[in-house]
Design a protein around this ligand. Structure first.
Ligand code: DAK
Length: 260
């Protein structure tokens, strides 16, 4: 697939994916959603050198200002549900990606933009970042997981307030409420994201992937997260990486994990 709305840079295995629709403040139209799907489901798994992904928006004003409102106007009655399901599935691909995906939130993260940031494993915001689910202003509700993930991050009281009022949350408040991991100036934010990815890349890749699976199991309906942990633990203890990690510890050296 040729990317029209995503710019992808690879620096030492850190793939920075920049959503690039500046005229629409990087709003997610159908094409952009297809490109995000293609990147996480088709392209990224092929890149053997990939250590992690930084997802951001072009410019300094906006991460993603929502789903593309203008595109919704032409929807027929039964298309809404299908698009909502498709969007949720794409965002699940991000959440289930076996290597860290960090949202670098550089401005507006509204509606689908807030949902996209929440599907990433971690969020680093710049001071001008603004989070919110303003769908109610348009007479609709979030369709890409916003009613669920906002509760996971903020808890019921604050999330309900935001969802019912369409109020926005500033970066510092998002930090205080646990929606973001850090608030940093743009250059430091990128550096921090890179540092985190390099750090995770020095660990056992299977252990990282299994940890992500267990975290997701906590939030998955009808899934016993503790049982999932036992299952994942059984798998990782049977790997060469575990032998290497334990051996390196006893030999007082850094482990050389191979992901096997
Ligand atoms: N969609 C399309 N275009 C957008 C956009 C968006 N979400 N946000 C901004 N733009 C465009 C503006 O229309 C404008 O284009 P021109 O008029 O110049 O052609 C350009 O970006 C610059 O925007 P502004 O001139 O408005 O810039 P300001 O600095 O004055 O204001 C703003 C920035 C972010 C406060 C404002 O643009 C704004 O309020 N934007 C909309 C924010 C919003 O409500 N976002 C949430 C959208 S609802 C579903 C699936 C998902 C969802 C719903 C249903 N189904 C499958 C059915 C999710 C929905 C949403 O995300």
């Amino acid at each position: 697939m040729t990317y029209e709305n995503l710019k992808i840079d690879n620096t030492d295995g850190i793939y920075t994916v920049t959503i690039t629709r500046p005229k629409a403040l990087n709003a997610l139209n159908g094409r952009t959603m297809s490109e995000i799907k293609h990147f996480f489901e088709e392209d990224a798994p092929q890149h053997a050198d990939l250590k992690g992904v930084i997802l951001t928006g072009s410019g300094e004003k906006s991460f993603v200002a929502g789903a593309d409102i203008k595109e919704f106007l032409g929807l027929s009655n039964d298309e809404g549900g299908k698009l909502s399901q498709r969007g949720q599935d794409i965002f699940f691909s991000i959440e289930r990606f076996p290597k860290p995906v960090i949202a670098l939130v550089n401005g507006y993260a509204l509606g689908g933009g807030c949902e996209l940031a929440m599907a990433c494993h971690l969020r680093i915001a710049t001071p001008n970042a603004l989070f919110g689910q303003p769908e109610i202003n348009l007479g609709i509700i979030p369709g890409y997981g916003g009613t669920q993930r906002l509760l996971q991050y903020l808890g019921k009281s604050k999330a309900t307030e935001l969802l019912l009022t369409a109020d926005n949350m500033k970066a510092e408040d998002a930090l205080q409420h646990g929606l973001v991991n850090y608030v940093l100036e743009p250059a430091e934010a990128k550096e921090k994201a890179e540092k985190i990815i390099h750090k995770t890349a020095s660990k056992g890749p299977l252990a990282i992937a299994k940890t992500i699976e267990c975290i997701n199991a906590f939030y998955a309906a009808n899934t016993d997260g503790f049982a999932k942990e036992v299952e994942a633990f059984t798998e990782v203890t049977q790997t060469g990486d575990f032998i290497e990690g334990a051996t390196a510890f006893t030999e007082k050296r850094k482990p050389n994990f191979t992901g096997k």
